[in-house]
Design a protein around this ligand. Structure first.
Ligand code: S0N
Length: 283
């Protein structure tokens, strides 16, 4: 396939976790793999805590420009919340412990993924179901293998995600189709998901990683700050004031590198009047 890397990527483990793998390509890509194939990569709280930690790691690493989120094996990207640890008050960190109080770790994780100023690509083979489907929606791009299956199961298993799982989906594919997905809980092929607009590209299973790495490498040739601002700009409309805040603070980051901003800081430190009159009043 044109533009594909000629040799497979060699991934180097860069941290140790229980439920996930965190690996680096050495040329700017971090890969996070949910490693629970025995349950189709369903996530328990520990899994989400580890993904969150790995995302922080990738964010702080100034060598990393693009993140790939995927699942171990070819059968599933992720099948959502691990139903064995779903308690009466949310997912349990310590199932079986008397008085354990559950919660939804995905709530903060979704926000973290949208806030992270680097593109995240969902690399989907097999099932992206339930909370696993929402995880791929929240990623910036999705590349799917031709064996991928997408769908929601919430109302079938006594659950629902009315956050990004509903709102973002509706924005992506339209309200009627989003309602169909949630109300009927059927599964959709990779091609159907692409036609709906929630998958960017479908490739043969054997080419999934090379195709994903090719897109990541292409983004690595782009201006990282321009990508950062584009991600924040896309999110700003959907995320309201908190989206605008991200974009505005990114403007701060840029402004701080100007002589004009430095003049205010230096004048304060020198206890003198800032000479802002020397700066152009831009049209
Ligand atoms: C994915 C499905 C369709 C695959 O079917 P298939 O191929 O027939 O495989 P199975 O035999 O069913 O699965 C293989 C083994 O994997 C286990 N397993 C699969 N999924 C899960 C899971 N989610 N939790 C625990 N175990 C799972 C199977 O049990 C089986 O194991 P063995 O071989 O030992 O029997 C099919 O597997 C399927 O439908 N899975 C369940 C999908 C599901 O219910 N997902 C959870 C849905 N809910 C969420 O994800 C909620 C997420 C969330 O945190 C949230 C967010 C916001 C607001 C609310 C919530 C909330 O939780 O309520």
């Amino acid at each position: 396939m044109a533009g594909m890397p000629e040799t497979p990527t060699t991934w180097t483990p860069a941290a140790t976790y229980e439920d996930i793998r965190y690996e680096l390509s050495g040329d700017g890509i971090a890969k996070i793999t949910i490693n629970r194939p025995e349950v189709h990569n369903a996530f328990r709280p520990q899994t989400l805590i580890e993904i969150s930690d790995a995302l922080d790691r990738a964010r702080e690493d100034t060598e990393v420009g693009v993140i790939i989120l995927t699942g171990e094996g070819t059968k599933a990207f992720c099948s959502g919340g691990d139903q064995r640890v779903r308690g009466d008050s949310g997912y349990l960190t310590e199932p079986g412990k008397a008085g354990a109080v559950g919660r939804f770790h995905v709530t903060d994780l979704h926000i973290q993924m949208r806030r992270l100023p680097k593109p995240i690509i969902a690399m989907v083979a097999g099932y992206a179901i339930g909370g696993g489907h929402v995880l791929h929606l929240v990623c910036d791009l999705t590349i799917a293998a031709d064996n991928a299956k997408f769908g929601q199961v919430g109302p079938k298993v006594g659950s629902f995600d009315g956050g990004f799982g509903a709102g973002l989906l509706a924005q992506m594919i339209g309200v009627k189709k989003a309602k169909e997905i949630w109300f009927l809980c059927e599964q959709y092929s990779a091609d159907e998901a692409r036609e709906m607009g929630m998958v960017n590209k479908v490739v043969p299973l054997a080419d999934l990683e090379t195709a994903t790495v090719a897109w990541a490498q292409r983004m690595l040739t782009m201006s990282p700050f321009a990508l950062r601002l584009m991600k924040a700009s896309f999110n700003a409309a959907e995320d309201g004031l908190s989206g605008i805040q991200q974009l505005a603070h990114d403007a701060n980051l840029l402004f701080y590198s100007t002589e004009e901003a430095a003049e205010g800081r230096e004048a304060f430190k020198a206890k003198r009047r800032p000479e802002f009159e020397k700066f152009a009043k831009r049209p």
